[in-house]
Ligand binder design. Sequence first.
Ligand code: GMT
Length: 378
Amino acid sequence: MRIGITCYPTYGGSGVIATELGKALAARGHVVHFISYALPFRLKEFSSNIFYHEVDVTNYPLFEYPPYSIALASKMADIISFESLELLHVHYAIPHAMSALLAKEMLKEKEDRHQNFKLVTTLHGTDITIVGKDPSMAEAVRLGVNRSDGVTTVSDFLRQQTISNFETKKHIEVIPNFIDTKEFIRDECAQFRNVFALPEEKVLIHISNFRPVKRVKEVIKIFYHINKAIPCRMLLIGDGPERMDAEMLSRKLDIADKVKFLGRQEALVALLSISDLMIMPSESESFGLAALEAMACGVPVLATAVGGLPELIQNGVDGCLQPLENVEQMADCAISILQNQEVHQRFAKNARAKAETYDTDDIVSLYEAFYAKMLTKC
Ligand code: GMT
């Protein structure tokens, strides 16, 4: 197949999934063209089946906001036509599905023979649960979903939210996120662990983009309670708007010496491999790719029972799910896992086994089959 992929290229689960999907499809012999405003950060190695097209946006002084969606649509139309793409897979309805629909109109207008390319839209969450709720965006989300040839969501929770929030008519296929379990596998290094913690201390980890929805201050509060019961350290990976407040809180609670803010890191496997528990107290999470990465490295996850997380984490078996807003209950749950070595080891083993059911090979085959179904549709 000849496939186009558009995603947000910066750090974030949707960009990771879109890029890893493109790489896996290319390895299976498909030709993949990425169209975005920057090189997706996971697109590092060369592949003769992968091409990247950068979208230039005119920045005329008249424009307070450069018209990226229109520039993207023009680039999509050009690449679809010139490279004979059969299918365009966009990640996020806003603005990517909108740009793809405009690209279709552009091709129709010039009676281009590629105007009937198939449009697949994958919804990742924030355009449904946050951005799309804004009345200025809702109609655009509905149009993007209803006019796509195929729509997928990363969890059943997100499928149901899309239908109930936007009264969409389209069939929505659930295709979960995935992980390369050969790359994400525990590879513990005692020397590296010693950099952060004493041998008797437990290591807790949080990985996110530090947006309000991730509730990073709650991570600090949960750690504060755990630290009173168990000697431990907290690693925070990532950066974003809530980082400064979270740092201030750790100083105010007098635990700053035990809490390390490491910023954005690429060595996720190494950091997860020295960790005993992940803390993810998100307000909403359509899937929770960071949790899957942790589980693949044998790190059980303590999370809030929100969004798609209960589809991934089984409470009391491979992780712990607690109601939102109950910091002390979350801390108690962490303490009970960390204090009992037998329980912790069982959770860690079960977490890895669960992650193996989300392996790249299996899930990419679902996308491949979904594309094939779209291409046989008139
Ligand atoms: O969580 C974010 O703020 C980033 C966002 C993204 O664009 O990557 O994450 C969403 O998509 C991920 C990949 O499908 C999911 O794993 C995340 O759960 C989802 N975030 C939310 O629903 C808040």
